[in-house]
Design a protein around this ligand. Sequence first.
Ligand code: AOF
Ligand code: ZN
Length: 343
Amino acid sequence: MQKSLDEKYMHMCLELAEQGRGKVSPNPMVGCVILDINGNIVSKGYHKKYGENHAERDALLKLRNNEAEKGTLYVNLEPCSHYGKTPPCVDLIIERKIKRVVIASRDPNPKVNGLSKLKESGIEVTEGVLEEEARFLNRIFFKNITQKLPYVVLKTATTMDGKIATKTGDSKWITSEESRKEVYRMREEFDCILTSSNTVIADNPTMKVNEGQIKCILDKDNRTSKDAKIYQQGQIYIANKDNTSLKNNQLDLRNVLEELYHRGVCSVFVECGGRLAGAFLRENLVDEIYQFIAPKIVNDNSAKSCFDGDSLEKIADCKRFRIYDTQLFGEDIMIKTILKNTP
Ligand code: AOF
Ligand code: ZN
């Protein structure tokens, strides 16, 4: 009974947290629900914008002083104990005499150790409620903090036989206009759009970005022309052999991502051909793949594949993904997948 109630209120926290999407990065999305001593909801809150109040503070400050006394506070992330842009949430929780705190997951930020402070002051703590859902919601934040790397989503647009062009390189257009429009929309969700010199030279894409977004072009030997459409708009970062370390005589992709993270990039959307996509995958640098599949078949082994970076003998050695979303766009299907943690 208590477990299902805890899950119910934690689910509410996750929905509240979601309202901060797109506005709180690089912070996580966090929601908070407060029950009084009788188990009635007396306040809700969420982290609305980077630099502004955390979810717990947002919810607690809506209350009169004693309303939450001996009550329960639900929040999807361990309350913070550090002075950042705002004072520690744990101090306010203690001050308002909350009896029990329920969290989904601990905060991987090394500055945060809220749980021990809560426990020391006699507050009962329950952790791990809807933890998987909470980690999924803030998967970008968790990767950023634990690996100091941006979250990487790779996009492919292929035929049913996984081809991105015929043997002559013809690729316009494999997917429908609706799919291509969805790709424009998807780009807006990322801090950085990354592509390769090969794609710039072959397709001359514009890849329009908004203010604050970065276009990263991998161009080891500076082969792209500055007249290419991609350079005509937006903030550009060119990774080449002068500013990036090399691995097997290619740009070290991890090094590129480290440099982007260093520049404040939390998420990267990769759009490129099979060689670079294959290399990202081989180097274990991909977190998710958004795959658009058009109901067409090239039926030619020499046509270009969307992934061309490894040589495997056993199916058991394949990279494995979990599908978490599918949608139709025009005639095509779009499949969102996330890498499975290999055991
Ligand atoms: C919470 N509740 O709602 C959020 C937390 O720079 P600041 O002060 O905003 O602190 C950011 C860090 O605080 C962030 O990296 C993460 O560890 C935590 N975020 N914590 O108790 C919240 N958004
Ligand atoms: Zn906080």
